[in-house]
Design a protein around this ligand. Structure first.
Ligand code: BGC
Length: 500
């Protein structure tokens, strides 16, 4: 039996030579974000959030999502949800059943080919996604006559939404860089690809994963006010009201009408006014496809944590650093950009052994580096510093939203690989909130809790809420009424072919 894992080891720096110890102290200086700094970051975050609500080109986009209600748990019906993630594409069929807050789900995952993320021909992307939807229908509905299903498309990139069935990509994030899409409505080419295949689906809403996460959590938890993704990217959505969003004043809607806002606050502090940027963050930014953008995301999101860690180790092991780190080792694997992802850091932080033997193995296996005990101590401390900084900075966003809205008690529904899988992330985030708000009680009044599947159930619920709105004759925030008109059923052949 393996030994029981303890949440953290004691660790001893006793046998670490002075030059490495000094280096560890220097890293601590660069990567530690003290409580006072968290408060300063939070206050600046509040002001950027407010500015984003005033005008369209604010420092944080604050995109109205046209999700204008929370579910009450009584939604019913069958919907498709499509989630275009960084690694996978997921198609889900979600049935919201009669029992309050319950659902059934069937889903299929398709790998997102790496080359699609940077293709010059956006048609390839939309055709690939439509083909996946077609395969899903062929597999799950062969031989049936199908009523077209309303579909929620979880598109987790910053998009300007003049309506819920419309989304102009502001810019690609998370390493995507497909030519010709920025500045255009993604619904048009995607819908054309669906129509070409005569698929029995009707795209009725574009959903950001943060909004989906908030709505999915709200299905069973009425205290939720914010949805957060701490994953490959980092972002939140929250529920506001029209009266607090000056840039929507011209719509003539009543002030108390609710509106879910996709903050897109990965771009917080692109001007570098308060974030404690290190030279390593600057390199990550400079070498990314979109330098100067997503400053906060590049310090906190899963896509970048391994890279920040790797850049520090490359720097410290360079001959001119004169530290003797990884002396006489072949560093070619370490020197490869993005060769380490955040799960590498998770594994280091999870190593329960005093002698860090699992970390030693990991470096040997993945990087062909044979580490010494003092080097392992530096590696472990560095992973803790990078992971802790990410948790603390990203939770300033939660604090800022609550401060701006005057919420003193609420739940934040959260999802994403960093939130669910990175060790100690939740506790570190909760600690940051305690320091920002000065809570000393036993129970934190604002809690970040794991959410239901936001991009599946959340997108289906949003499709349901949108449909309900149209049935009540409320067409605000809907571009094309035709999408909501009942369409004839489609026959799916035994071989999965679509017959009109
Ligand atoms: C995107 C957001 C998304 C977040 C989490 C960011 O890069 O801009 O739209 O919510 O990643 O997936």
């Amino acid at each position: 039996m393996p030994p029981r894992r303890t949440p953290s080891r004691r660790g001893s720096l006793a046998d670490v030579p002075k030059n490495l110890l000094d280096q560890i102290k220097e890293l601590e200086r660069q990567f530690t974000v003290p409580g006072e700094k968290l408060k300063e970051i939070t206050d600046h975050w509040v002001s950027e959030l407010e500015k984003g609500l005033e005008k369209d080109d604010g420092p944080i986009p604050q995109n109205p999502s046209w999700v204008m209600a929370f579910p009450d748990g009584n939604e019913t019906g069958t919907y498709l949800a499509l989630d275009m993630g960084g690694t996978n594409l997921r198609v889900c069929e979600v049935t919201l059943v009669e029992e309050k807050g319950e659902f059934d789900i069937i889903q299929s995952k398709y790998r997102m080919p790496e080359e699609l993320k940077t293709t010059d021909d956006q048609e390839e992307l939309w055709n690939y996604i439509a083909d996946c939807v077609q395969q899903f229908i062929a597999y799950h509905h062969a031989g049936e006559t199908m009523e077209p299903l309303p579909m929620g498309f979880t598109f987790s990139y910053p998009a300007t939404q003049n309506a819920i069935d419309h989304g102009v990509l502001q810019r690609w994030t998370k390493g995507f860089d497909i030519a010709g899409v920025e500045g255009t409505d993604v619904v048009i080419p995607f819908e054309a690809a669906l129509k070409k295949r005569n698929l029995p689906v009707e795209l009725t809403c574009i959903v950001n994963d943060t909004v989906g996460t908030m709505i999915a959590t709200a299905y069973t938890d009425p205290t939720v006010r914010i949805g957060h993704i701490f994953g490959t990217g980092c972002n939140a959505a929250y529920i506001d009201n029209i009266g607090h969003i000056p840039k929507l004043k011209h719509m003539g809607l009543a002030d108390d009408v609710p509106m879910a806002v996709n903050c897109e606050y990965g771009s917080f502090d692109n001007a570098h006014k308060v974030l404690p940027i290190t030279p390593y963050d600057r390199i990550v930014d400079k070498e990314s496809p979109r330098p100067g953008q997503q400053a906060m995301e590049k310090m906190t999101a899963g896509l970048y944590l391994g890279e920040i860690f790797r850049l520090v180790l490359c720097d410290l092991s360079a001959p001119n650093a004169d530290l003797g780190l990884f002396k006489d080792q072949d560093l070619k694997h370490l020197q490869k950009q993005y060769s380490l992802d955040s799960s590498f850091l998770s594994m280091i932080e999870e190593d329960p052994f005093e002698n860090l033997s699992e970390t030693h193995e990991l470096f040997k296996k993945q990087l062909s580096i044979d580490t010494t005990k003092p080097e392992l101590e530096l590696i472990r401390r560095l992973a803790e510093l990078v992971g802790t900084r990410a948790a603390r900075i990203s939770h300033c966003g939660v604090a800022a939203l609550c401060k701006m809205k005057g919420w003193t008690e609420c739940h934040v529904g959260a999802d994403g690989s960093v939130f669910t899988r990175y060790p100690h992330f939740k506790q570190r985030g909760a600690q940051a909130l305690r320091e920002i708000f000065g809570w000393t009680g036993r129970k934190d009044p604002i809690e970040v809790i794991p959410s239901e599947d936001g991009s599946g159930v959340g997108a289906a619920l949003i499709a349901a809420l949108t449909q309900k709105r149209t049935e009540e004759g409320i067409w605000a925030g809907i571009n094309d009424r035709e999408r909501f008109r009942k369409k004839p059923a489609v026959k799916i052949g035994e071989d999965g072919s679509i017959q009109s």
